[in-house]
Design a protein around this ligand. Structure first.
Ligand code: ADE
Ligand code: ZN
Length: 341
C-alpha cells in the first residue's frame, strides 16, 4: 500500500480536540458493561445489535439513541472510565489537549448529581495527565430542546462548582431551537466570567451562526459548516478569526453531506476561516480524530501545509493559556519542519 507522507505527519502531529461530547464516546462494549454494573437495561439485545442501529438519517435520529445509551452512566466510576477510555484513544491520535463537552441535563433528571459526573470526569482526566501529560478542559452544554427555565435551573446547580468548569456550550436538536432562545442564559454565563460556545449551522441555517455570534457572543462556533450558504457570513467569520470546530465524519453520518467529497471544509479553508477537525461523537460516527483525518485526506489529499494549519488552528483556538499555546506551536513547528513547502 502506498503511504501518504502528509497523512502520516498529520496523524502524529501534536493537536487539540475542541469538539467531543463525552457521552458520544461511549462504545457499545462499555455501554453493556456499565448497564450490567448498574442494573440498567439498554433497548438492544447485544453490542452487535446496538452497533447495527448506528444508521442515522439526521441529527434527531442519532440523538434519540445517544440519550437512551447515556442512561447507563450513573456513578462517579462510570464517568471516570468513560473519560479515560476517550483520552486513551485520543492520545494515540496525537491529541495533547482536549476540551470536552458533557450534558448535565441528560444525567441530573435520573438522580445523578452534578458533583458525581464532575468528579468522575476530573479523575479520568487526572489519570491521563499523569500518564501522558495531556491537558483537558470541561465544558457543560445546555440542551437546546429544553426550556430557558431548565437551562437556568441547571446553571444554578453548576454554580457551586464554577471554578471547575471552563466554559459553557449549547447542543442537542438544532432545528426550531435558535440561539436566541438562550441569549439570557448565555449572558449570565459570560457574567460569571466563562467563555461560551454553541453548536450552530450544523443542520440549522446560517442565521443561527449569526445569532450565536451576535446574541450569545460565542468564542467559537461548533460545526458552522452551513455558513458557506451566506457569503457575507463567510467573510465575517474569516475577518473576525472565529474558529469553527468542524466534525467531518459526523456531518456525513448525520447526512448533512451525502459524502465526504461534498463537505464544505475546502470552501471554509479557502475563505480563510480558522477551521479545526474534531470527532464530535466518535463511538457513533465511525471514528476518533485520527479516523476523521484519514477520511478528510482520502477525499481532499491535502499537502502538509494544510494539515499544519488545521493542527495549529486547533491549538490556538483552545481555551489554554498563551504560554501553553506558544509551547505547543513550537512543538508543532518542529514536527512539520522541512515538510511544509
Ligand atoms: N449532542 C451530541 N452530538 C451532537 C451534535 N452533533 N449536534 C448537536 N448536539 C449533539
Ligand atoms: Zn457536537
Amino acid at each position: 500500500m502506498q503511504t501518504d507522507p502528509s497523512l502520516a505527519l498529520a496523524l502524529s502531529a501534536p493537536k487539540a480536540e475542541l469538539h467531543v461530547h463525552i457521552e458520544g464516546t461511549l462504545e457499545p462494549d462499555l455501554a453493556f458493561a456499565l448497564a450490567r454494573r448498574n442494573g440498567v437495561s439498554l433497548p438492544y439485545a447485544s453490542e452487535a445489535a446496538l452497533a447495527a442501529a448506528y444508521d442515522f438519517e439526521d441529527l434527531q435520529s442519532f440523538l434519540d439513541l445517544y440519550y437512551a445509551c447515556a442512561d447507563v452512566l450513573v456513578t462517579e466510576a462510570d464517568f471516570h472510565d468513560l473519560m479515560l477510555a476517550y483520552l486513551t484513544r485520543a492520545q494515540a491520535d496525537g491529541v495533547i489537549h482536549a476540551e470536552i463537552f458533557f450534558d448535565p441535563q441528560t444525567h441530573l433528571p435520573r438522580g445523578v448529581a452534578f458533583a458525581t459526573m464532575l468528579a468522575g470526569l476530573e479523575s479520568g482526566a487526572r489519570e491521563a495527565a499523569q500518564r501522558w501529560g495531556m491537558t483537558t478542559r470541561l465544558i457543560p452544554n445546555f440542551l437546546r430542546h429544553l426550556s430557558e427555565e431548565d437551562a437556568f435551573a441547571t446553571l444554578a446547580q453548576i454554580e457551586p462548582y464554577l471554578d471547575r468548569v471552563d466554559g459553557f456550550g449549547l447542543d442537542s436538536s438544532e432545528r426550531g431551537h435558535p440561539p436566541s432562545k438562550f441569549a439570557r442564559v448565555f449572558a449570565r454565563c459570560r457574567e460569571l466570567g466563562k467563555p461560551v460556545v454553541a453548536h450552530a449551522g450544523e443542520e440549522g441555517p446560517p442565521s443561527y451562526v449569526v445569532e450565536a455570534l451576535d446574541l450569545l457572543k460565542v468564542s467559537r462556533i461548533d460545526h458552522g459548516v452551513r455558513a458557506v450558504e451566506d457569503e457575507a457570513l463567510l467573510q465575517r467569520l474569516a475577518a473576525e478569526g472565529v474558529p469553527l470546530t468542524v466534525c467531518p465524519l459526523s456531518n456525513v453520518r448525520l447526512c448533512v453531506f451525502e459524502r465526504m467529497e461534498l463537505h464544505t471544509l475546502p470552501k471554509l479553508l479557502a475563505a480563510g476561516i480558522r477551521a479545526t477537525i474534531n470527532s464530535d461523537d466518535p463511538a457513533y460516527f465511525g471514528g476518533y480524530l485520527g479516523d476523521n483525518i484519514r477520511a478528510v485526506q482520502a477525499a481532499f489529499h491535502y499537502p502538509p501545509e494544510v494539515w499544519y494549519r488545521l493542527c495549529r488552528n486547533s491549538l490556538e483556538a483552545s481555551f489554554a493559556s498563551d504560554v501553553e499555546k506558544a509551547g505547543w506551536v513550537a512543538r508543532l513547528d518542529a514536527h512539520f519542519a522541512g515538510a511544509r513547502h
